[in-house]
Design a protein around this ligand. Structure first.
Ligand SMILES: Cc1cc2nc3c(=O)[nH]c(=O)nc-3n(C[C@H](O)[C@H](O)[C@H](O)COP(=O)(O)OP(=O)(O)OC[C@H]3O[C@@H](n4cnc5c(N)ncnc54)[C@H](O)[C@@H]3O)c2cc1C
Length: 484
């Protein structure tokens, strides 16, 4: 009997699949996806559209609740072209898929999909460099990507609600600050990531994808003809007997936990999967200056409308200044119920300072109140009530939630998407080649943006089709002689 399937989530999630799904043996061998974050669910979402995979897709997650990881607590900023060269085709493809999905399923209402105006705000003569260059930080910061962007040519559009200094009306006026608009709604957007994940889960559920919570894959075994194509699943809490599941494909998409899953299944592999966790605190809050969705000045009914989106969101990136040593990023977005809220983050800790816990559900106890206080200070300075006598803005903000989660950062700074050949699994002569093994992980600060593209590409790869975009630059280096 497979693991218990439990309900999930901070917010309402529809009941997960009836456990009878999980006890029925699949007609053909299963596709087992290890890790139920936004990447795992995006893969299942696209793959389950192919009838040959009906009833064959299993998502296995070690936690007893879904979306307690980065996928549930991220900022949800989406970009078309802010990525390292190797990831650029995937990034643009994914951005377009987000738009298509939102248009098709009313994502504007269901997961707060909105085009975004994006600003860079310098409070004083901040140095141009944002952070140090050690490999962990390479490609990990959206602020870094924002810093290198050209000016967009305006600070506000006609019809936008703005302060006297031209800043958006939800911001506090900033004396002596320099503002640049760096992107607009054609190239950037936002979602409420948890709600998007919940949508993907719901669609997967409708198509018979099985979800196994509180479960880990512990080893690969042989089937009756000696092929290594049976995966052993065991309850994380070890309260039930392990189960064997015959499979055609194993996809590891466990975010920061991908190296641990890899080392458990393939302890003698010469391939080292280098993905580290970069922890980030964040706060969601409301302000009296953002109580209704912002109208999109380019929207208008009828054929002359320049945009079909009635509302927009805002993103602000701030380099380090005298006020803060990190790069705050604030997103004015809609929550899953269409209510305005602001997400602020950008304050990060590397894996030495804040090691990855065993499960994302263990993360809450690692939250550092001092980090949250720093974020709140930045929130007040950026969006508190403007003090009519000048000086620092006043704190009239209402905190909705506070979180800590871990970005999966690869050594190359771009995601890893590839099949690992049998000879690189380190299984020696223990069995004949069997299940195909894939990695889809390491999306760093861009996993929400690149999620749908990764799902569509992985679906093509698994079903043996040419993917829509070239992801050959996203492979890890394999030991000599083990190329695909
Ligand atoms: C503070 C912060 C803000 C961010 N903001 C943005 C943003 O604005 N835009 C953007 O594009 N990206 C953003 N990101 C990045 C994005 O959130 C991540 O890249 C993305 O969520 C990673 O998704 P994932 O599915 O790979 O991993 P995760 O969401 O970490 O999911 C991994 C899953 O694997 C499971 N797991 C763990 N161990 C095992 C095991 N042994 N077996 C099976 N399952 C296991 C976990 O329980 C978890 O459910 C942000 C990240 C952080 C931390």
């Amino acid at each position: 009997m497979l693991a218990v399937i439990a309900a999930s989530g901070r917010r309402t999630v529809p009941e997960l699949i009836d456990s009878s799904h999980s006890t029925t043996m699949p007609k053909a061998d299963a596709v087992v996806i290890l890790g139920g974050g936004i990447i795992g669910f995006s893969i299942a979402y696209y793959l389950s559209q192919d009838p040959q995979y009906k009833g064959r897709i299993h998502i296995v997650d070690a936690a007893d609740r879904l979306f307690e990881s980065a996928s549930g607590y991220a900022g949800g900023f989406l970009a078309r072209d802010w990525f390292a060269e190797k990831a650029a085709p995937l990034g643009e493809f994914s951005f377009n898929l987000h738009r298509e999905l939102a248009d098709k399923y009313n994502g504007h209402k269901r997961w707060g999909y909105l085009g975004s105006h994006v600003y860079s705000l310098s409070l004083d003569d901040a140095p141009a460099g944002v952070r140090g260059e050690d490999w962990l930080l390479a490609g990990t910061s959206r602020a870094q990507a924002a810093g290198g962007r050209r000016e967009y040519g305006h600070v506000s559009r006609p019809g936008e609600a703005v302060n006297e200094d031209g800043t958006p009306a939800w911001m506090a006026s900033q004396v002596g600050a320099s503002w640049n608009a760096i992107a607009g709604t054609d190239d950037c957007a936002q979602v409420e990531p948890r709600r998007l994940c919940e949508f993907l889960l719901l669609e997967c559920e409708k198509r018979g994808v099985s979800v196994h919570l509180n479960t880990r894959a512990t080893r690969l075994d042989k089937n009756t003809d000696g092929r290594l194509s049976v995966v052993e699943l065991e309850a994380t809490d070890r309260q039930s007997k392990p189960t064997l599941l015959p499979c055609s494909d194993i996809i590891i998409s466990a975010g920061c936990w991908t190296p641990r899953v890899w080392n458990t299944l393939f302890p003698t592999s010469p391939v080292e999967v280098k993905i580290d966790g970069l922890a980030g605190h964040s706060v969601i809050y409301r302000t009296p200056r953002y109580t209704k969705p912002f109208l999109n000045a380019a929207y208008g009914p009828g054929e002359h409308s320049q945009s079909k989106d009635q509302h927009i969101s805002y993103a602000i990136y701030c380099p380090p200044t005298k006020s803060w040593t990190y790069s705050p990023e604030a997103y004015a977005r809609l929550d899953g119920d269409g209510k305005p809220e602001i997400w602020i983050g950008g304050l990060n800790d590397n894996s030495t300072d804040l090691p990855l816990p065993d499960l994302p559900t263990d993360t809450k106890k690692l939250i550092n109140p001092a980090r949250l206080a720093e974020l709140r200070r930045a929130a007040v300075q950026l969006t508190g009530m403007t003090n009519p006598n000048g000086g620092v803005a006043e704190d009239d903000l209402e905190v909705v939630s506070e979180a800590l989660c871990f970005r999966p950062v690869s050594q190359s700074g771009v995601p890893i998407i590839q099949q690992i050949p049998h000879r690189a699994l380190g299984l020696g002569s223990s069995g004949k080649p069997g299940a195909k093994v894939w990695i889809a992980s390491g999306h760093g600060p861009w996993g929400i943006s690149m999620s749908l593209g990764t799902g569509a590409v992985m679906s093509d790869l698994v079903s043996g089709q040419q993917p829509s975009v070239d992801v050959s630059g996203l492979r890890v280096e394999l030991p000599a002689g083990s190329k695909l």
